[in-house]
Design a protein around this ligand. Structure first.
Ligand SMILES: NC(=O)c1ccc[n+]([C@@H]2O[C@H](COP(=O)([O-])OP(=O)(O)OC[C@H]3O[C@@H](n4cnc5c(N)ncnc54)[C@H](OP(=O)(O)O)[C@@H]3O)[C@@H](O)[C@H]2O)c1
Length: 348
């Protein structure tokens, strides 16, 4: 029997992808939709400004939207709430017994909140049981950090990673519907996204770090600097990445590390897991958002443009691309919930 779930922030861009991808899901069934008070009582299909390809899924079109309740009626919620609403609502819901899989940044750096990319650190999930709550909060990383972490993890595991410098070219949809005018960005770019570089610098070491049972989390010792820009691309974040490895690698070894990477044991068997997880492009014109962001139904990552930066074979640059709304948000959170289910964490 699928487990009933609530989608918090169901009318926003990330909430729409939750509706799309949870419709017909074998483990989870959409039972309730929550959005701001002005949509309360209105059928989802009438209230939502639908921005996804295809029609509003039949499973949700006639469901009435609720304003945020005092207590959730389902044991699990997927959250696509704005940061303000997340800060007010998620912890009380988790205290009252729900498992909240959230995309908001509010709790990402809380010490006992796992910040999960299942293939890299799904083994951090059991730490959610240490939160002292009846339920738990599990966070998805920032949409830029997710793709970066997936491109770097295979190299970190194989060669060691000393540091990385990133320039991000982030899609319009990364700003959400509430950012209004950014959704219309054309013939221009925004050269600085407030707070984004700091999020990447904090979140990446947490994801790539160690988290043993009964021990404090140890972030990976990786130096991270970033410059983050908004560009007039509808969906898909492209990152220009320079890395310094601890040990020398050849181009062939780097390719092999990426193409053979399936992540932690069992991650590749999850219902939504993409195969392959990482696509390596040798065409100099790839990866590109319009052509490649939907690989693996939006859950795969692409890398290309691999270039050696010096004779040591420790310094390289490459380009990576991932879908911000799918791998970087709703699709990633659903994959994480599938992993929590596989690990028996959602049994009660
Ligand atoms: N867009 C991305 O690529 C992306 C990627 C990763 C993470 N995130 C994070 O995910 C979250 C959602 O992002 P988004 O792009 O989907 O934003 P969005 O389009 O602006 O949607 C925000 C959602 O929150 C709801 N909301 C706001 N205040 C509420 C309240 N008081 N009670 C109940 N619901 C409320 C909104 O409902 P109303 O429309 O009714 O106000 C809407 O459904 C944000 O925290 C964002 O930082 C976004």
């Amino acid at each position: 029997m699928p487990i009933p779930v609530t989608i918090l922030g169901a009318t926003g861009l990330v909430g729409q992808v939750f509706c799309e991808r949870l419709s017909g899901h074998p483990l989870f069934k959409i039972a309730a939709l929550v959005a701001g008070p002005e949509s309360a009582g209105i059928p989802y299909g009438e209230a939502v400004q639908w921005r996804r390809p295809g029609p509003v899924p039949a499973e949700v079109a006639a469901l009435s939207i609720a304003a945020a309740p005092e207590r959730l009626s389902t044991p699990i919620a997927f959250s696509a709430l704005s940061p303000e609403a997340s800060a007010r609502l998620e912890a009380p819901y988790a205290d009252a017994g729900a498992w909240i899989f959230t995309n908001a940044s509010t709790h990402r750096m809380d010490p006992d909140v796992p910040l999960v990319v299942p293939e890299i650190n799904g083994d951090h999930l059991p730490r959610a049981l240490n939160q002292g709550r009846t339920g738990a909060i599990v966070a998805n990383p920032n949409c830029t950090t997710v793709g970066l972490a997936l491109a770097l993890a295979p190299l970190q595991r194989r060669f060691g990673l000393q540091g990385t410098r990133v320039v991000s070219l982030q899609a319009r949809s990364g700003a959400g519907l509430q950012a209004g005018q950014l959704m219309e960005l054309t013939d221009d770019l925004i050269p600085h996204i407030t707070g984004e570089a700091q999020k990447i610098a904090l979140e990446l070491p947490k994801i790539l770090g160690q988290w043993e049972p009964n021990a404090p989390p140890t972030p990976a010792a990786v130096e991270v600097t970033a410059t983050c820009m908004r560009v007039p691309v509808p969906h898909g974040h492209t990152l220009c990445v320079d890395i310094t490895l601890e040990n020398a690698a050849t181009e062939r070894e780097l390719h092999e590390a990426w193409t053979s990477f399936e992540g932690l044991s069992g991650a590749a068997t999850l219902h939504s897991a993409p195969r392959p997880l990482i696509h390596v492009d040798s065409d100099p014109d790839a990866p590109r958002p319009a052509a490649h962001r939907d690989r693996g139904e939006g859950l795969a990552v692409s890398v290309g443009g691999l270039t050696r930066l010096d004779a040591s074979r420790r310094r390289w640059s490459f380009v990576t691309l991932s879908h911000n709304l799918i791998r970087g948000a709703a699709g990633g959170a659903i994959l994480t919930a599938e992993d929590a289910h596989r690990r028996g964490l959602l049994d009660d």
